[in-house]
Write a protein that binds this ligand. Sequence first.
Ligand SMILES: NC(=O)c1ccc[n+]([C@@H]2O[C@H](COP(=O)([O-])OP(=O)(O)OC[C@H]3O[C@@H](n4cnc5c(N)ncnc54)[C@H](OP(=O)(O)O)[C@@H]3O)[C@@H](O)[C@H]2O)c1
Length: 268
Amino acid sequence: MTEATTSRDTVSAPSDAAAALSVKSTGPGAGRRVLVTGGSRGIGFAVAKRLAEEGYVVAVNGRNAERAREAVENLRALGHEAYALPFDVTDRKTAAEVLAEDVALRGPFWGVVLNAGINRDMPLAAMSDDDWDDVVNTDLGGFYNVLRPLVMTMARARKGRIVVVSSVSGMVGTRGQTNYSAAKAGLIGAAKALAMELASRSITVNVIAPGLIETDMVTEENRERILPLIPMRRLGNPEEVAHVAAFLLSDGAAYVTRAVIPVAGGLV
Ligand SMILES: NC(=O)c1ccc[n+]([C@@H]2O[C@H](COP(=O)([O-])OP(=O)(O)OC[C@H]3O[C@@H](n4cnc5c(N)ncnc54)[C@H](OP(=O)(O)O)[C@@H]3O)[C@@H](O)[C@H]2O)c1
């Protein structure tokens, strides 16, 4: 991961922490903090923005620290509460350190939206070791690396929400995506298992399975190939995914757990 950055600078920066906590929020998220991995752009940024609009304090993660900070600046310019928490979700040690430091400083998260992901599409016969490893380590490995350090802190609080962004590709298997489908299917299994472990603590764990959503991840080739298969005959937009994430984070979703919700225009 060439863009990997450690985030000790931002986590421990007192001015950043103070700025994030000084604004008084209102709305359903008031007094609640949510981590959005891969929140610097695409679906993750739309989720971060939607949650910030609802009054949550949003910790914006991404690999690229500069991009995460820019996203935070954009949210703050709109009057929202956010701070950057950049780290590479494949870097287990740094993730654990950064998250432990953040929780020690600010307390347990109310919610985690596990959204960071990449794809490296290629038929298996032509796939490189790196194509396989990078996708599995990011999309599935991030689940362990991010949630392992947080889950006990949330369990002790006996409340909270975990939303995992998988993909329709993980539900049905998609040609040219053995790595991505494997990782995204693995996420569904992991989320359902964790839902069982945390249900008695009133913590819900749910999966969103987007179809084809208009972001940097969509190639022209995928658009042309998949668009005719979508019953609604259009791509989704990131805000449509964010809306479902916001519901799953809300008090109204307290009895929804272990669910997989496609946001895919009828693709599955
Ligand atoms: N777009 C779709 O059609 C679609 C469909 C189904 C599922 N999804 C899933 O939705 C999620 C978001 O996708 P997207 O379309 O919004 O992608 P995107 O526009 O490419 O954004 C990806 C985000 O993930 C971050 N990220 C990637 N690798 C990371 C790592 N190792 N550590 C920390 N952050 C990392 C990126 O940070 P940087 O900016 O620092 O790189 C960026 O914020 C992914 O899990 C994806 O698999 C997308």
